[in-house]
Design a protein around this ligand. Structure first.
Ligand code: CU
Length: 167
């Protein structure tokens, strides 16, 4: 009884917690582990299903080749909407792929004191990619200018950046 008024005043996340709590309580006669797993999966699903990779262009991006700090998209523009970046790390080092909305050239992003780019306008990323790996990310992009960068310390300054335009 004491918990319910607090939970009902909360956010959507608290609402999910309430659902979880109810399910967990209701299943106390059975197995508590199964509803817990279901609740987590249900919460995570909308984030991934909102973007359908089948209804937009695929942009292949090569990182780590021909030089270690290269960032080379096969095309440099796409129509607004879902865009899937299929990124291959052809280098010998771990790289990452970050898409940043910007008003400037990719080479002129504001930087942190350590020389890495500020990621204020980041709209999506593929974190640490092992050498030889290929990973795709689908982003819903508005018209505008973007920078494709690897922001592992030293890599942006080393040349891992490319301009990309969405029309
Ligand atoms: Cu890199």
């Amino acid at each position: 009884m004491k918990h319910r008024p607090l939970i009902l005043l909360g956010t959507a996340a608290a609402g999910a917690a309430l659902m979880f709590g109810v399910v967990a309580c209701g299943s106390s006669d059975d197995e508590a582990a199964t509803p817990a797993t279901t609740a987590v999966a249900t919460t995570a699903a909308p984030a991934t299903t909102a973007q359908d990779p089948t209804d937009g262009p695929v942009v292949e991006v090569a990182m780590g080749t021909p030089q270690e700090f290269s960032m080379v998209p096969a095309v440099t523009e796409a129509a607004a909407g879902n865009v899937t970046f299929t990124v291959t790390n052809g280098g010998a080092m771990v790289h990452e792929f970050v898409v940043v909305a910007t008003d400037t050239d990719a080479a002129s992003l504001p930087t942190e004191p350590d020389g890495s780019a500020k990621e204020d306008g980041a709209v999506g990323e593929i974190p640490d990619m092992e050498p030889g790996s290929t990973t795709s990310v689908t982003l819903n992009l508005k018209a505008g200018r973007y920078a494709l960068i690897c922001n592992i310390p030293g890599h942006y300054a080393g040349g891992m950046r490319a301009d990309f335009t969405v029309q």
